[in-house]
Design a protein around this ligand. Sequence first.
Ligand code: RFL
Ligand code: PHB
Length: 406
Amino acid sequence: MMKTIKTQVAIIGAGPSGLLLGQLLHKQGIQNIIVERVTGDYVLGRIRAGILEQGFADLVREAGVSENMDKFGDVHEGFEIAVGDERIRINMAGLTGGKTVVCYGQVDITKDLMDARAEAGLETLYEVESTELHDVDSETPSVTFIQNGEPVTIKCDYIAGCDGFHGVSRQTIPETLRTEHERVYPFGWLGLLSDTPPVSPELIYCKTPRGFALASMRSETRSRYYLQVPLTDKVEDWSDDKFWTELKKRLPADAASKLVTGPSIEKSIAPLRSFVCEPMQYGNLFLVGDAAHIVPPTGAKGLNLAASDVATLYKILTKVYETGDKRYLQQYSEIALRRVWHGERFSWWMSNMLHDYGNVQVGDMTKETFTRFMESELSYYTGTEEGRKVIAQQYVGLPYEELSDY
Ligand code: RFL
Ligand code: PHB
């Protein structure tokens, strides 16, 4: 017998997007169920992001899940861009009238959201297989899947596709009705997490002839470092020793002299990609976060764009349930995409300025010509207060757009 569940909003994916949306909807009295393909522990094994914009942090506060973030998250007022041994500070707070970012890991925020969901007694169905979305362009959409060998159907009003880049939600929009924009970069990031004190209290984005490196952190005792690597490299090619030796060569000399090394807790390679699916809605299906867009991590924007999607969708659904006026739904894709494209552009620009393209030709110019353009761009933007302000404003995050009323 097919088990059938009814709810108002079915959420596909228990990553940060799905969990945050679920919590915010719950606070507004809107019922929701989350279905997730893997286990909760597997979700928490994805290290990923570390920088939360103020808008994201405020949304977590609105969801009532900010206790740990406010206690253990570290407010950053600036970050550095290093070109070789020269270090340039981007004074975010000073250049934006006091705006900052919070350094708090994706794993921690996800765990806080999972705990809050469990505490509120809200349902998350883990380890579901063969998720399918049905009749999303009708008034009676549904989601089917198999859990513990049993077929289950969720009947709902709306579906939020929060199932990441490889999920099923985006594929449910007919191919003829969506446009996908994509750029794949000819390199990846090798990340290493270790219980060693960070090399500096603020992040350092390093441009060097050997390739890009990033010095980031999770706490005063836990560091997160990244190295630009060729797409052909495998994690097994990189012993901890090899990683630390290469990182030392890419950090500015005075930071390198302070580097403390130790065994890695996690090491993984992520390819870099820019991707946007337009539109982000179809019938009563709404795509949220990585399901609709991917950015290269150089601007720390991925999770933050997911958060602004969540903010927009949650406000729209709240209005629709409050007023009964479904016209609000039409605004989702346009509002979300406007901010997404700004984040895409910023991440693409930062990636181009800071990475080394090796022998890969970019567009219709030689590698050397492209390199000169990017060197000039970087020196202009880091060398003038106006330029640093442009970087700072986008790094702390552009404001969220309000809904239009009818
Ligand atoms: P997620 O985290 O991929 O979660 C999607 C969830 O959906 C599940 N799923 C399904 N569930 C049910 N049925 C199906 N058929 C399903 N298919 C998939 C998956 O198992 C998963 O649990 O997407 P979400 O929630 O949209 O969150 C997006 C963020 O994870 C992502 O944007 C960030 O991690 C990007 N990112 C960064 N973002 C920032 O804002 N700041 C950063 O500093 C930052 N650093 C990073 C990053 C991403 C990185 N990688 C690995 C790509 C650094 C790295 C290295
Ligand atoms: C991280 O700490 O994982 C991190 C920070 C900034 C980025 C990307 C990743 O731009």
